[in-house]
Write a protein that binds this ligand. Structure first.
Ligand code: UDP
Length: 319
């Protein structure tokens, strides 16, 4: 039995990770500045504690790290719209918050399992990306890249603390995770945004020509990867892509959601510039090479896009 601190534990991925850890017999402390809605079903387990606070509050973070064997650090601002409108908050939470946590984990020898992102590789045109692929980014006056840069810096710190302070760490790079309960409708990323429009019967807005691609990864698959990477000693000191390797264009995503959900909405196109302004740049293709995670812990995504979308749509359709 491990004692696991999950930051962002009441969030999209965090609530699943907490649930899965508890099912597997571990003790979980969830730290989250948001409401406990997604984890209330865990309160009666006897092995779950929820602390509502920010990762920027030093004494809270330190007190929780002191009680943990492993810290799975998922808390972050990860909403592309907010990279443009609140770059300062994105940098403060994702960079300063993570650093405080990392520093204290290192001091206490607590394993640090860091949620990084496929976004660190930016717009590298040579897909698929393995974990050693180059980072190809735009300039710092384009706010989009503040998220990528903050996450990549924490990856650097993990390697540096690992090398100089013997910090045990694992880095996870997520590729477009989605699923039931993950996001609030209309918020954050493309699937909950599309779904809100579908459910309201409003036109679904595809940015650009819709030919940009992503690999959508179902939450249950991603959760298994996170927990296995956190617990398996073979993963220590390395970085792993967590993703499906099925490439889907955004137009195809909209069409698939329309078909799977039996919707009749109109699909309309809007240039990125009109939606985000000048401080944004889209990523044309994003595909993981998942051979490392397959080799080291035997994990691969098994949920098909249609199946995952159906389960997601059914969840949000419930009254
Ligand atoms: N997108 C879209 N319509 C929307 C929201 C997003 O066409 O209402 C596009 C967005 O421009 C991007 C892709 O969907 O090309 C994925 O966007 P998301 O916000 O999910 O995050 P990203 O993968 O870019 O980090």
């Amino acid at each position: 039995m491990k004692r696991v601190l999950v930051t962002g534990g009441a969030g999209s991925i965090g609530s699943y990770v907490c649930e899965y850890l508890i099912q597997r017999g571990h003790e979980v402390m969830a730290l989250d500045n948001g409401p406990s809605l997604k984890v209330e079903h865990l309160f009666d387990s006897g092995r779950f504690k929820f602390v509502q606070d920010s990762i920027l509050v030093k004494d809270v973070v330190e007190r929780l790290v002191d009680q943990a064997d492993i810290c799975i650090h998922l808390a972050a601002i990860a909403d592309p719209k907010r990279y443009v409108t609140e770059p300062l908050n994105v940098l403060n939470v994702n960079l300063k918050g993570s650093l405080g946590l990392l520093d204290h984990c290192s001091r206490r020898g607590v394993k640090f399992v860091f949620a990084s992102t496929s976004e660190v590789l930016g717009k590298n045109p040579k897909v698929p990306w393995n974990e050693e692929a180059d980072r190809v980014l735009g300039p710092p006056n384009i706010n989009r890249w503040c998220y990528s840069t903050g996450k990549a810096l924490i990856e650097h710190y993990c390697h540096a603390y690992g090398q100089q302070e013997k910090l045990p760490f694992v880095i996870m790079r997520f590729f477009n995770v989605y699923g039931p309960r993950c996001d609030d409708l209309g918020q954050g990323r493309v699937i909950p945004i599309f779904l809100e429009k579908f459910l309201k019967g409003e036109p679904v807005v595809v940015h650009g020509d819709g030919q940009q691609t992503r690999c959508f990864t179902f939450i249950e698959d991603a959760t298994q990867a996170v927990v296995e990477l956190a617990l398996n000693e073979a993963a220590l000191g390395q970085c792993f892509n967590i993703g499906s390797d099925r490439e889907t264009s955004i137009l195809e995503l909209a069409q698939t959601m329309k078909r799977v959900g039996g919707f009749a909405n109109e699909l309309v196109f809007k240039p990125h510039l009109e939606v985000f302004g000048k401080s944004y740049e889209d990523i044309p293709r994003r595909i993981p090479d998942v051979s490392r995670i397959k080799r080291v812990i035997g994990w691969e995504a098994t949920t098909g896009l249609e199946d995952g979308l159906k389960r997601t749509i059914d969840f949000y359709r419930q009254p």
